[in-house]
Design a protein around this ligand. Structure first.
Ligand code: HEC
Length: 379
């Protein structure tokens, strides 16, 4: 059987990078989403399975660190390809990609007969690539604020912390959904693409998906050895070494600067930081001014101004009506309000000295009212 010709699509280092990314992304997504939806049953099951929320946070941070280191490597790879190898920037989005996207859209609706002819990277792949680049930048920046809120708020207003959280978790959901919908569909469902595993792509797939690249490959002349390559590589590696080192130091600071939001703080014992002011209000300062020698001379007037509001004939609270001498002597439902010669057992005094009455009397009023009762409560 004649084996079909295949082309190298992803060299080993590309594939390692891709699977490192898959691993860190998946761990980030799992440990992040269970925090976003912390109260769902699945989340609780996963959090418990991973040994508690603190472990989840630590795994999330380890995966984030892997992703950041991966990003530093990727910057180097891109630089190497462009500057040393002089590869064309075939991953860049161009106007052709927009045209291709439109054509694919029309083709899918049956408005065009031809799929767009695409090169090494199709517009579907480029969109995804830039979504990852953009998403990773957003996640690193907002992740920094969440990981180091104290450092961040020395330069940014405090509102940036909850804002960063909203962006971080929203972008996370977007990224996961994009992978599930866009990547899954284009790479696994539409046609199972194994090139990230084997590194190779069949001629047939090449013709179908990357016809322009196939054409260049077939017509390309044997590449001349580039005499300047070694020099460019030396220069590039020297500069990139410095940049990478600076970035790695940056990551180290990022990761170790603060331990904030890693451990769940065990609630301290509850301490009262606010005590209600003494429920017994200060006695009203201004006493009833008239003398209280008899009901007619002051006492009736006193009850009228201070008590009848609640103990009037219309709605006598506790059955006590203090509008007239006679009704006052009848008392309330549980206490005899006035017992002549016995102020201590009279309700109007007792209720106020034992402190279970909603309004108060001044000491002066109590004294004068007691004196009146002691004198036989004259009318
Ligand atoms: C803001 C409404 C209000 C005012 C004003 C008021 N009282 Fe009362 N009084 C109550 C209420 C309510 C009760 C029942 C509360 C309880 O049983 O603890 C009560 C109960 C009493 C009782 C006990 C009655 C019984 O048989 O249970 C006496 C005596 C009394 N008040 C006297 C007075 C006097 C004297 C004044 C005026 C200095 C006064 N009250 C002003 C609301 C008021």
């Amino acid at each position: 059987m004649e084996t079909e010709r295949t082309y190298l699509r992803f060299p080993l280092n590309y594939r390692i990078e891709h699977w490192g990314m898959v691993l860190s992304f998946t761990m980030l997504a799992i440990t992040g989403l269970v925090q976003k939806f912390a109260f769902s049953g699945v989340s609780i099951w996963i959090i418990t399975g991973l040994g508690g929320i603190e472990n989840v946070r630590i795994i999330h941070r380890i995966a984030a660190t892997v992703l950041m280191v991966e990003a530093v490597y990727h910057i180097g790879l891109i630089g190497y390809n462009l500057i040393v190898r002089h590869y064309s920037a075939d991953l860049m989005l161009s106007r052709t990609d927009l045209k291709n996207a439109l054509q694919a859209f029309q083709y899918n609706l049956g408005l065009r007969n031809e799929q767009p002819l695409q090169g090494r990277y199709t517009f579907e792949e480029k969109f995804e690539y830039f979504a990852i680049i953009w998403g990773t930048i957003v996640m690193i920046v907002t992740g920094f604020v969440l990981w180091n809120p104290i450092a961040a708020t020395t330069v940014l207003p405090g509102e940036f912390v909850p804002a960063a959280k909203a962006v971080h978790s929203g972008e996370a959901l977007l990224a996961v959904l994009a992978i599930i919908v866009w990547h899954m569909y284009h790479v696994h469902i539409r046609k199972f693409n194994k090139s990230m595993i084997t590194g190779r792509i069949s001629e047939e797939d090449m013709r179908e998906e990357h016809p322009l690249e196939l054409a260049t490959l077939q017509t390309a002349a044997e590449a001349e050895p580039d005499p300047n390559l070694a020099r460019r590589r030396r220069n590039f590696l020297a500069i990139y070494g410095v940049v990478a080192l600076a970035l790695l130091v940056g990551i180290y600071v990022f990761v170790t600067f603060e331990q904030t939001a890693l451990e769940t703080v065990v609630p301290e014992e509850t301490v009262v930081i606010y005590t209600q002011p003494n429920t017994q209000p200060e006695p009203i300062a201004v006493s009833f001014e008239m003398p209280m020698t008899s009901w007619e001379n002051g006492v009736g007037q006193f009850f009228q101004t201070r008590c009848v509001f609640c103990h009037g004939s219309r709605i006598p609270l506790s059955g006590l009506d203090l509008t007239t001498y006679d009704t006052a002597l009848l008392g309330g439902t549980s206490l005899a309000a006035i017992i002549p010669n016995d102020p201590e057992n009279s309700g109007v005094i007792l209720k106020f000295t034992n402190g279970d009455h909603p309004v108060l009397m001044t000491n002066d009023e109590l004294e004068r009212l007691s004196a009146w009762i002691s004198a036989g409560a004259p009318q």
